[in-house]
Design a binder for this molecule. Structure first.
Ligand code: PMP
Length: 285
């Protein structure tokens, strides 16, 4: 049985209990992270933790845990669950009040939870063997603070479900200007004429750690041109390649959009080149 961390202690998951008055449960009032580890080595640990601290500051959750405390929790859940390839999930909610009331309670201790779940080994950077993702598209109906990695994920869940029910792996979202924002649980990229393009980091998208690592690696390498700007859905439909990125998918090539082929319908050469660079460099972040 998996061993989790809850409020200072490691325990089997079926012993981990929280109050029904926890604001994470009642309001989705919390922040979370998912950090991937391959062969026990994390990818992007510090940027993930920085994003978590930024999210806590953005919603006014204060905790005494330091970066080193969090690192020990992460090490603990990894080790106690056998190491290897794991997705480490961290959550901090505002805690449990004595009643249900919208205003932030005074003097309540945040609830801190961590678990590690097995993830698949990283896929090979080979266009001939990589699985192409299928995506649907829909208008982004989430809130206007998508830069906060909030546990209130109902908007994302409903979007994901819409794609899933249509047999898709993901769903790409566009704003009321018909510009691409991101996907329901990933960031999005397109490739046109050899150039990699991704939307600007603003309140419409999560500052994806995988996105940022890929952008840094591509910029440092310099062999693949990169542009960060608005992308219309017409450009998305006419792209040579589309990718979605997240800590669990890494860099996933999309070969079908709304039932139509992306480019020639095959996993593309720019994906292969970029993913080779990512695979070689990801543990440095
Ligand atoms: N956007 C959304 C809405 C997400 O939920 C996620 C994470 N699942 C991402 C982007 C990707 O972020 P990261 O690369 O940090 O996992």
């Amino acid at each position: 049985m998996s061993i989790v961390y809850l409020n200072g202690q490691f325990m089997p998951i079926d012993e981990a209990k929280i109050s029904p008055l926890d604001r994470g449960f009642l309001f989705g009032d919390g922040i979370y992270e998912v950090i991937p580890a391959y062969d026990g080595k994390t990818v992007g640990l510090e940027p993930h933790m920085q994003r978590m601290f930024d999210g806590m500051a953005a919603i006014g959750i204060k905790s005494e845990l330091t970066l080193d405390d969090w690192k020990q929790i992460i090490e603990g859940v990894m080790e106690k669950n056998g190491g290897g390839n794991q997705g480490i999930y961290l959550q901090i909610s505002r805690g449990a009040d004595v009643k249900r009331y919208h205003a932030f309670p005074e003097g309540v201790t945040p609830t801190i939870f961590a678990m590690a779940n097995p993830i698949k080994p990283a896929v090979e950077a080979n266009a001939a063997t990589a699985k192409g993702f299928s995506v649907a598209t829909t208008q982004d109906l989430r809130w206007q603070r998508c830069q906060i990695k909030s546990t209130a994920l109902l908007g994302n869940v409903l979007h994901f479900q819409q794609g899933y029910e249509g047999g898709n792996d993901e769903i790409l979202l566009y704003n009321d200007q018909d510009n691409l924002t991101e996907a329901s649980s990933s960031n999005a990229f397109i490739v046109k004429d050899g150039k990699v393009i991704t939307p600007i980091q603003d309140n419409q998208i999560l500052p994806g750690i995988t996105r940022n690592i890929i952008l840094s690696i591509l910029e440092k390498d310099g062999s693949i041109p990169v542009e960060v700007r608005d992308i219309s859905m017409e450009e998305v439909r006419n792209a040579d390649e589309i990718w979605v990125t997240s800590s669990s998918k890494e860099l996933a090539p999309v070969t079908t959009i709304d039932g139509q082929a992306v480019g020639n319908g095959k996993v593309g050469p720019v994906w292969e080149a970029a993913f080779k660079l990512y695979t070689a460099g990801k543990f440095e972040y």
